[in-house]
Design a protein around this ligand. Structure first.
Ligand code: XIL
Length: 376
C-alpha cells in the first residue's frame, strides 16, 4: 500500500517537474531577447547570408541566424554573375535553398539585385544594340523576379547607378540605353512581381551631391510612371562618419519622395581607412599594412565601447524615424564573415558587426537590446 502511494506520489511529482521544466524551458526560448523580437514592432532586422550559411554548415551559427534575424538577403548568390551566368543559363539551386531556409525560420527574403554594373554576368558586356539590351534585361528580370514573385518582400531593382558627384554612373546599361534603362528596370520588375516593393539601392547615400543626384533620378523614375517603393541606403559606415545629422537629413529627404527607406547593408568599419576609401565601390582596392590593420589580436575595449555607442546612436535615430524605415539589414552575421575583412584591403581583421567571430553578441549587440528595453 505504502509502496503504491509512494509510486503514485512519485509519478505526480515527476509530472509536475516535467511540466514545470517543460513550460519553463519553452518560456525561456520565447523570452530570450533577440534583435528580431526586440525590434519586431519597429522594422525588420535583416542579415546577408553567404552560401555556407544558406547550406546551414555551422549549426551554432544557423541557430543564431534563426534567432536574431527575420529577413535574409543573399550576399552574392542572387547577383547576375551567379544566378544568370550565361544568356541561357540560370542557377536557381542556391537561391531556392535561401527561400526554403527563410520559410523554415519564419523570415522574409529581400532580393539583391537585378540590375547592377558590378558582379555582372559577362554576356551583358557584349551587348551593343538597344533592342538586344531591352530583350536581355526583360528576360533577366522576368525570369528571376518572376520565379520568386509572391515569395519575397522586395527587390533592389537597380544597385549603385549614381556617382559621388550625383551624375549617372557609366555602365553598359547607360551606354546602350541611356538613362531610360532606369525606369525600364522598374517597369519590368513591377510586371514580373507586382507584389514586391521595388527599391533603388546605393552606398554613400549621405553625401549631399550624391543624395541630390539620387533624388533627381528617383523623381524622373516616378515621372515616367514607373513604380518605385523604396530607397536603400547601404550603410557601409565608419565609427565617425557619416555624422548622425547627415544620416538623418538623408532619411528625411528620401522619405519626402513618398517612398520607404531601408538600411540595407549595415556595417561599421573600425579600422583606419586606407587611401580614404569612403564608399563601397567594390572595384576600389588598397594595400594591407600594419598601420591599417592594427587589431589582429583582438579589439581594444575602448574601440568596442565606441562601436557599441555608434550602433546605439544610429539605432536610436532609426527608431526616431521608424515610420519611414522598413528594414535594417546587417551585411553579414558575424565579424569573421564580413566582407570588410577584405575591402578595400584584403586580409585585414575587422570588427564591423554586432556578433563576434564566435557568434557571441558583442557590447554593440547588448547596447541595441538595452536601447529597446529602455524605450519600453
Ligand atoms: C559584396 C559582398 O559582401 C562580397 O562578398 C563580394 O565579394 C563583393 O560584394 N555593395 C553591394 C553588395 O551592393 O552587394 C556588396 O557585397 C558590397 C557593396
Amino acid at each position: 500500500m505504502l509502496k503504491r502511494i509512494n509510486s503514485t506520489l512519485c509519478a505526480i511529482l515527476i509530472t509536475i517537474l516535467v511540466t514545470s521544466c517543460g513550460s519553463k524551458s519553452e518560456k525561456t526560448v520565447e523570452e530570450a531577447p533577440s534583435l528580431r523580437n526586440s525590434y519586431a514592432i519597429d522594422f525588420l532586422i535583416g542579415t546577408a547570408l553567404n552560401s555556407g550559411q544558406i547550406d546551414e554548415q555551422d549549426s551554432i551559427q544557423s541557430a543564431l541566424i534563426a534567432k536574431e534575424f527575420n529577413c535574409y538577403t543573399a550576399e552574392n548568390i542572387m547577383k547576375s554573375m551567379h544566378i544568370h551566368p550565361a544568356k541561357d543559363t540560370f542557377n536557381f539551386e542556391a537561391p531556392d535553398k535561401l527561400f526554403a531556409l527563410a520559410e523554415k525560420n519564419g523570415a522574409k527574403v529581400h532580393g539583391h539585385t537585378l540590375i547592377w554594373h558590378s558582379q555582372l554576368s559577362r554576356f551583358f558586356y557584349e551587348i551593343k544594340d538597344s533592342t538586344e539590351m531591352v530583350s536581355a534585361m526583360t528576360d533577366h528580370i522576368n525570369t528571376i523576379a518572376g520565379r520568386y514573385a509572391g515569395k519575397l518582400i522586395s527587390w533592389d531593382v537597380v544597385n549603385e547607378a549614381v556617382e559621388g558627384d550625383g551624375s549617372l554612373r557609366k555602365s553598359v546599361f547607360l551606354d546602350v540605353l541611356g538613362e531610360d534603362y532606369l525606369a525600364l528596370s522598374f517597369k519590368l520588375a513591377a510586371v514580373a512581381d507586382p507584389e514586391a516593393d521595388l527599391y533603388y539601392n546605393d552606398y554613400s547615400m549621405t553625401g549631399e551631391a550624391k543624395r541630390n543626384g539620387v533624388i533627381r533620378m528617383v523623381k524622373k523614375i516616378q515621372e515616367s510612371g514607373a513604380k518605385i517603393d523604396g530607397i536603400g541606403m547601404q550603410g557601409h559606415w565608419h565609427l565617425n562618419s557619416p555624422t548622425l545629422a547627415e544620416i538623418e537629413t538623408s532619411i528625411l529627404e528620401y522619405a519626402a519622395l513618398g517612398v520607404k527607406v531601408a538600411i540595407t547593408e549595415l556595417d561599421i568599419d573600425v579600422l583606419p581607412n586606407p587611401k580614404n576609401v569612403e564608399g563601397a565601390d567594390i572595384s576600389q582596392r588598397a594595400e594591407i599594412s600594419a598601420q591599417n590593420n592594427p587589431y589582429t589580436n583582438g579589439l581594444p575595449d575602448s574601440v568596442s565601447v565606441a562601436l557599441a555607442k555608434r550602433y546605439e546612436d544610429i539605432f536610436a535615430l532609426f527608431l526616431k524615424h521608424k515610420n519611414v524605415i522598413s528594414r535594417v539589414t546587417f551585411w553579414g552575421v558575424n565579424d569573421g564573415d564580413s566582407w570588410k575583412n577584405n575591402f578595400p584591403a584584403a586580409g585585414r581583421t575587422n570588427y564591423p558587426l554586432v556578433f563576434d567571430r564566435d557568434n557571441k553578441g558583442k557590447k554593440a549587440y547588448e547596447s541595441l537590446l538595452a536601447l529597446k528595453a529602455l524605450k519600453e
